[in-house]
Design a protein around this ligand. Sequence first.
Ligand code: BGC
Length: 510
Amino acid sequence: MAPTSQLYIVCGFAAIGGFCFGYDTGVISGVLTMEPFIKTMTNGSKFLTAMQTSVITGLLLAGCFVGSLFAAPLCERLSRKYTIIIASAVFNVGAAIQVAATNYDMMIAGRFVAGLGVGSLSMAVPLYLSELAPKEIRGRLISLQQLTITIGIMVAFWVGAGTQYLDTHDSWRIPLGIQIAPAAVLMVGTSFLPFSPRWLINKGRNEEALAVLARLHSRGDESNPEVIAEYEEIIAQVEHERTVSVSSYVELLKGTVRKRLILGVLIQIFQQFTGINSIMYYAPTIFQQAGVPGKAASLIASGVNGVLNVLCTIIPIIYLDRLGRRIVLISGAIVMGVAMLLCGIVMGATARVFENPITGQMEVDMSANTAASYFCIVMVYVFVAGFAYSWGPCGWVYPAEIYPLSIRAKGTSITTAANWLMNFVISLFVPVMLTTITWGTYVFFGCCCMVMAVSVFLFYPETKGRSLEEMDVVFSGPLLAYKDVKNAESKFQRGYLKTEGSFQDVSEKV
Ligand code: BGC
């Protein structure tokens, strides 16, 4: 199938949702350190308490958790498209409250409301992209969201770095206000995007679905054999799912769908347990610990980190559909694991770890050993590059492609909520870990990455190149997925016999 430029434009546009996600999660670390902001939040004091910092950061994540759960019924009833429009509108309300905030309460309310929008977008956008994409490039198109997330984080960082020298309220209102523009563009522009063809067929709007498939996959040619095959495959799947009524939350706990739910939830939890946000949220502290001298230098080191994150996310956009999800996830986890372990071990072996007499917290000083300190910084970069080409995109691609259509929105919303919950947990614990077990933090995340590599090798079936309708068969193999990898192709051809609009091998397994 020859994907059209329209397909790329539509998917690229929807992926603006990722920019809002990245920007809003990335912008706050800089804002939290700005004096005019602190004064407004505290009625004139010079410091935010640790509690206030955690609440301002964490309430966005809590909103995201709730938003991703609420988005499921909207996606099902109103459509993926209208959910994206509503989520952008909600996000804008939250962003506007943050910009206008004159006190702490307004700020945290704004963070929570924006979170509702980001959470819904983070669930609806990959779902929408997965349903528009032809199977050959589904990984690439869903990865566009990760690319825009990383661009959002990078832009937020540099905008914050640029305005932090202003000593007026513009220093924090500008970075918080900028995010309104992309969300407004997304809100208005999405009304011109097509509905998901799979959602349309599920609603019985078959002719419209065929027109969308033809428009995006074959330049409008509704008689294209591949478009017709895809269209018929979706219809057959919808009819089949109707006969086995796969649509309530309870169905998520049955048969191969339960296995998919567990794998989907775990992949999202794992994504957070790579430790990526320990770097994303606390990069300046980490680079200072690793021996980068002075605030400006550690700011630059963190900025480079953001650029690297964007650049390495381009790799899966090119290769994910060729290499497959398994190899990318396993190799990425190993690269990250080795980098984190080496960073932790070298820091542990060479740094002076001491208790700060004023704060009572443990600190790390690597200034005596420049070579070791540079080594640790390089390892942090290797880690980020490893995440960017693997678990960053795949963490969102895999869950969005594995569920049956009638329950896809519910399944994706639960997996997405798991991601936000763990993001919240990590954001609470990392500062504590960095100031108690210091270098042990990196060893901990390094070990987690190794566990992930083994888990994917053992349990995660390959999904590349399979249509969304073929996932029933992909997940009907043995529990130990690695045993199935070699004979997957032949098993697939045996098991997946499309006959008269129904899938033979599937009915008793779903
Ligand atoms: C993760 C975020 C993370 C970002 C970093 C996303 O895939 O879900 O938690 O901050 O990648 O690039």
